[in-house]
Each structure stands twice: as C-alpha cells, then as structure tokens.
Design a protein around this ligand. Structure first.
Ligand code: ARG
Length: 459
C-alpha cells in the first residue's frame, strides 16, 4: 500500500481500482531473473565504490540468491500491493536480510531498473530468435537440397507463370529469414547499452561506476544520457518492427502451405502432427497450425502499433504510460516464437507430391516464355514479335485442349513456318527449369550451388 511503500506524505492506501490499474506484477514477474541480475551488479558496484560496506554487499548477494530460489521454486509471495517485480524483490530481500536490503536502492530508481531489466530480457529473446530462425533456415535448406530438381509451377498473381523448382522456392524463404535475423542482430546491437545508473532521470550524486555495471551485465557501454536512458523504448519498437516483418514472411509461407495442401492442389501433405480433423467431416485434414501461423502477424503487428501509440508524444522522461510496453512485447515474443517453431516443424514434416506439382507445372502454358526466348535466340525475332507469335501458339493449343508440350512439330509449323521442330525441346518443364541458369535463377544446378552458399552464410 501507499503508506507501506512510500510512507512519508501518504495517509491512506490506494483504492482497489488504483491497485488494479497500477500493479504490473502479474506480468512483469517475467523479468525476475533480469531484475535480480541488475540488483546484483548494482550492489557489487556500490561495494566497489565504497558506497556500501562489503558486509552489506555480501548480505545482498546471499539474499538475492534466496529470492531467486524462492521465485524459481514457485514459493515466492508475490504481492500486488507491492506493484511490480522491482518492489517485490526488494521487499522480500529486506524481509530476509534487514537493513542491507534497504540500502540496495541507493543511487538507482525503478526507472533505470525497469529499462535495464527489459533490455536484458529482450536481448535474451533476440538471441533465442536467432537460433530459432536459424533452425528454420536449416530445415528449409535441407528440403531445398532434396527438391533441387522437383518441378512445380511458379506463380505470379497466383496464375501459373513459369516452372520453377521447389528447392528454389524454399531458398527464397531462406533469404527472407536471413534478413529477419539481420534485423534482429542490428536491433540487438543498438539495444545493448546500459541504462542502469540513469537513476530517476538526472543521474545521481553518488560516485557510481556505470561502466562497471554495464560490463557486469554484458552491455557494450553505459547509455550516454540519463534522460534517454529512462525514456527510450525504441529498442522494443525496433524489435517489434523486425518481428512484424518476420511474421509477414511466416504468414506467406503458411498461406502457401494452406494452398498447397488443399484438395485441388495436393502439392503437399501436412503431417498429422500439424493438422487436425473435423468433428463432423471425416475426410478433413485441416492445416490449423499453418492457419494460426498465418494469423499471428495480426497480434504481433498489433503489439507494434500499441507500443508506438503509447510512446508517441510522451514527454521526457519516465511516465507510467511506459509500463504498457511489456504486455504487448511479451505477447509478440511468445507469438513469434511459436510461429517460427511451428513453421520449422511443418517444413521438416512435409510430404511432397512431385507428380502433382509437375502436372500443374506443365499446364497453364507455363513454358510459353521459353518458346518466345527460343524464337529470339534461334529465329532472330525481336522479343516483342516472338511474344506475339507465341501467343498464337498458346491460342492454338488452347483451342485444341492441349498442353504446349503436346503440340507436334506440324502443329507449331502451322502457326508460323519459322517455328522449327527444334523448338519442341524447349516446351517441357524440365528443359525450362534447366535453362534458367542465370545467377539466382531456378536451374537445379544453381539451386544446389545457392543451397551450399546458404549453408555457409546462415548455418
Ligand atoms: N512497473 C514500472 C514499469 O513497468 C516500473 C517503473 C516504475 N517507476 C515509477 N516511477 N513509477 O514501468
């Protein structure tokens, strides 16, 4: 209560509603390990600077060990009246070790404390995402190598465009997740400065050593400005931005899994582990995990919008508004982590149906561009003219209900005498993908080479 916590000029306890709107312990208890690590670093620094006695520092160290053990053992008396994780830890510490506990808060404020805890926590999460995204890339690269020659229809506008290989398609996502990892690495670099010692907002008159606490907590350096130290949340916004972009990549691959596993496509079969049945339709095999991955971008982007909106227009330095930073960030971290791991599982488990992919790739006149290219190369036509002529070939095939590779040499010559019998060779899907040898293109040899590069670059 107010009387208990602030003593002094408070006469009565806060209302129940005040406690309900104000207390953050129900969610910020998640920062307990970082809070304790921050307190330990702070106490040791106070000792080294002669601000606290060695006995006090030892008592604090031992007491924090016990607090940590109690929290991890599940028998810590969390109290909403104590508002947040910082006051809960400190109050319990003081209960355990007496006056030394009351000296811990010398030269520090909850404002720099919470900023420190949150950065430390998010740093761990960024490191975890780097590993999880790497696992996802490993799964995709492995499947890409298995399917370097598996022909599938490539789409634009979700209309059959040109044949590609499934391996090539998987490697496209490897690149996206590589950039997601890069964004998180960049965010981590900027995040990794210590706010500790900014105190409430202005710094402190105690002779603290901010470089020492920064080093102890694995930060690269102390933040250079105490007002910025307690006011900045762009480290969380930056993570949420990277998370939102990553979630859009996940949603795209998830959407493709939904389409590919549908009955009209049957390109892939999702494993039992990531599908559900229907309570009424016995034949169903619903791609629930993929659908949920597709949806998670909503709450992750929502978190980003939430925190942007909270931070916009806030005057320096700390305002309680900023307590609203944690729930959306926690939620986004949890959602993204699940989505990445579920996607990795789905990709690893996927059963591919190469026959269905090949059959679809050959339909839709997907090698029309190959014929046009052939006319340019072998008959010396300008591309626009070749394009037009090929359009007439497509129409001839269409009228007779045939695929392009089912047309005979006579059929082709009937459209235009310049289309020789050799042109037939370019109309198969295999010839088409084999010919796409430009760097980064879909030819199986190129896919194998890029998969090998990707192993070097990412794994
Ligand atoms: N629970 C608070 C938060 O999460 C900690 C900082 C409180 N500081 C303060 N001056 N009330 O932001």
């Amino acid at each position: 209560s107010g009387v208990m916590m602030w003593g002094g000029h408070f006469d009565s306890a806060p209302s129940d509603l005040m406690q309900e709107i104000n207390a953050s312990i129900d969610f910020d208890k998640r920062l307990y390990a970082q809070d304790i690590a921050g307190s330990r670093a702070h106490a040791r620094m106070l000792g080294a600077q002669g601000i606290l006695s060695d006995e006090d520092v030892q008592a604090i160290d031992g007491g924090l060990d016990q607090v940590l053990a109690e929290i991890e053992g599940g028998d810590f008396p969390f109290s909403r009246a104590l508002e947040d994780i910082h006051m809960n830890v400190e109050a319990r510490l003081t209960e355990l070790i007496g006056d030394a506990g009351k000296r811990l808060h010398t030269g520090r404020s909850r404002n720099d404390q919470v900023a420190t805890d949150f950065r430390l926590w998010l740093r761990d999460m960024l490191d975890r995402f780097d590993i999880q995204l790497r696992d996802l890339q490993a799964a995709l690269i492995e499947r890409a190598e298995q399917h370097a020659e598996t022909v599938m229809p490539g789409f634009t506008h979700l209309q059959t465009a040109q044949p590609v290989t499934l391996g090539h398609h998987f490697l496209a996502y490897v690149e996206m997740f590589g950039r997601d990892r890069g964004r998180m690495t960049d965010a981590r670099r900027r995040l990794n400065e210590s706010p500790l010692g900014s105190a409430a907002l202005a710094g402190t008159s105690f002779p603290i050593d901010r470089h020492m606490t920064a080093t102890a907590l694995g930060f690269d350096r102390p933040m250079a400005n105490s007002l910025d130290g307690v006011s900045a949340r762009d480290f969380a916004l930056e993570f949420l931005g990277a998370a939102t972009i990553c979630a859009t990549h996940l949603s795209r691959i998830a959407e493709e899994l939904v389409i590919w596993s549908s009955a009209p496509f049957r390109f892939v079969r999702m494993s039992d582990a990531y599908t559900t049945g229907s309570s009424i339709m016995p034949q169903k095999r619903n791609p629930d995990a993929a659908e949920l991955v597709r949806a998670k971008v909503g709450r992750i982007m929502g978190a980003q919008v939430t925190l942007m909106t909270v931070m916009k227009g806030l005057p320096l330095a700390y305002s309680k508004d900023m307590q609203e930073d944690k729930e959306p960030t926690f939620d986004a971290v949890d959602a993204l982590s699940l989505a990445v791991q579920a996607t990795t599982g789905m990709i690893r488990d996927l059963t591919v149906n190469p026959d269905a992919m090949r059959a679809q790739a050959a339909g839709g006149y997907s090698t029309a561009t190959d014929l046009a290219d052939w006319l340019v190369r072998s008959a010396g036509l300008p591309f626009r003219e070749a394009h037009h002529l090929t359009g007439r070939v497509v129409r001839a095939a269409e009228q007779r209900g045939l695929r392009l590779d089912e047309l005979t040499a006579e059929d082709l010559a009937a459209v235009d005498a310049r289309i020789g019998a050799e042109a037939m060779a370019v109309l198969t899907v295999d010839a088409s993908v084999r010919s796409r040898t430009s760097y980064g293109g879909t030819a199986p040899e190129g896919v194998r080479a890029r998969a090998a590069d990707a192993r070097e670059r990412f794994l």
